[in-house]
Design a protein around this ligand. Structure first.
Ligand SMILES: Cc1cc2nc3c(=O)[nH]c(=O)nc-3n(C[C@H](O)[C@H](O)[C@H](O)COP(=O)(O)O)c2cc1C
Length: 374
């Protein structure tokens, strides 16, 4: 079975990529991931604050002799608060390059196009095959509008691209007013790939303590639909490589993302939940699914359900929404009248299915496979 693929100009033996998480900083895990079929590994992010704190520390060291404003120095963040310093990070890249053959993609997480970006050069020198930019910017400032936010992203991408010659991926959040147009602007700014999508970790509220609750929830497979939609919309329409990310729980999500047109599929939560060897389960599952459908390579089916290739592209658009809502109404009024006449007791939920570009509804009531509305 041919699982080879290309992602941001890199040749990968498999479309399965371990996305950034603490799991991937460990050399033994990286080796195991390669053995289990990962095509590449993205290291956890090194943060702008971390890099800047180290730079400040260095400058502070130079200032100490002159003792200019000692009291002001106490406001600086302490670099030891961060998990990993920049030097150990570079060392992981070097060592990983020595022990595995798969591409190692480093990750920078920041919000501005400032001096810290020079660190990208050191990442390249350490041997990273590519760089992922996680621009984790939450525009809470109401003086910033959408174009300011987009400009900031584009500035960062241009600055990084001027700094390194390795390929650069941008890990996006889904909250842009016109994702397709913005993807094109990122392409024009020099990005080589998009990762769809990053997850924002929003706080919850603890009703007992009346406090904010910051916890990290792993994803579930129900979260694939938004990245699936934009993968399908962008595939084949832009030149950038596409990495689908979020909600991969089984090989089924992997197959869906590939059908939508992604070049690679990334996973973190599933690995954290099931362990590093789960990568082999995903790979074997993908191979079995391909065999079942008579495919021998990814190119035979990749993107076949993208917006560009489905017979009815409106399945991804407003028209589908209207059909869905109308279909739901029809289904429920039919069920309601059957209920009144005593034919059914429970109201089953209708499930919309798009197959061969056609929309139909099937009852999700147990045992029922028959279409209940068209
Ligand atoms: C514990 C944990 C740590 C993560 N660390 C990073 C990180 O350092 N940089 C980053 O870009 N994403 C990070 N992520 C996000 C993942 O790379 C991924 O985008 C997200 O979990 C969605 O994918 P999934 O549904 O397969 O988990 C982290 C996720 C988790 C759960």
């Amino acid at each position: 079975m041919e699982l080879a693929t290309t992602y941001m100009g890199l040749s990968l033996s498999s479309p399965l990529v371990a996305s950034a998480s603490p799991f991937t900083i460990n050399l033994a895990n990286i080796q195991r991931l390669e053995a289990c079929g990962a095509g590449a590994v993205v290291l956890p992010s090194i943060f702008q604050e971390q890099i800047e704190a180290e730079q400040d520390e260095l400058e502070r060291g130079m200032l100490v002799g002159s003792d200019s404003f000692p009291e002001a120095l106490t406001y600086f963040p302490d670099p030891s608060n961060y998990e990993m310093g920049t030097r150990p990070y570079l060392e992981v890249i070097r060592r990983a390059r020595a022990v595995v053959g798969i591409p190692i993609i480093a990750s920078l997480n920041g919000t501005t196009a400032a001096g810290w970006i020079d660190f990208a050069k050191q990442i390249e020198r350490a041997g990273a095959s590519g760089l992922e930019l996680n621009i984790y910017f939450i525009p809470v400032d109401d003086s910033l509008d959408g174009s300011d936010v987009e400009r900031n992203y584009l500035d960062i991408v241009r600055t990084v691209k001027n700094t390194v010659s390795i390929p650069v991926a941008v890990k996006l959040n889904p909250y842009f007013s016109a994702p397709a147009a913005f993807a094109r602007k990122l392409q024009d700014a020099g990005a080589d790939a998009l990762v769809l999508f990053n997850r924002f970790y929003q706080p919850d509220i603890d009703l007992n303590d009346l406090s904010l609750l910051s916890d990290l929830q792993l994803s579930t497979k129900h979260e694939i639909r938004l990245p699936l939609l934009w993968t399908a919309v962008l595939a084949g329409r832009i030149e950038l490589s596409l990495a689908a990310s979020t909600g991969v729980e089984t090989c089924e999500e992997v197959a869906k993302y590939l059908l939508a047109g992604s070049d690679v599929v990334m996973t973190t939560s599933a690995l954290l939940r099931h362990g590093v060897d789960y990568m082999a389960t995903l790979r074997d599952g993908l191979v079995s699914w391909m065999q079942l459908h008579g495919y021998t390579s990814l190119d035979e089916f990749r993107g076949s359900l993208s917006r560009r290739h489905v017979t009815d592209p409106t399945a991804f658009e407003r028209a589908n929404y209207v059909k869905l809502l109308q279909g739901w109404g029809k289904t429920n009024s039919r069920i309601a009248s059957r209920q009144l006449s005593g034919e059914v007791e429970d109201v089953p939920r209708a499930q919309a299915v798009v197959a061969g570009g056609k929309l139909s509804f099937v009852s999700s009531a147990e045992g029922s496979k028959s279409p209940v509305a068209r």
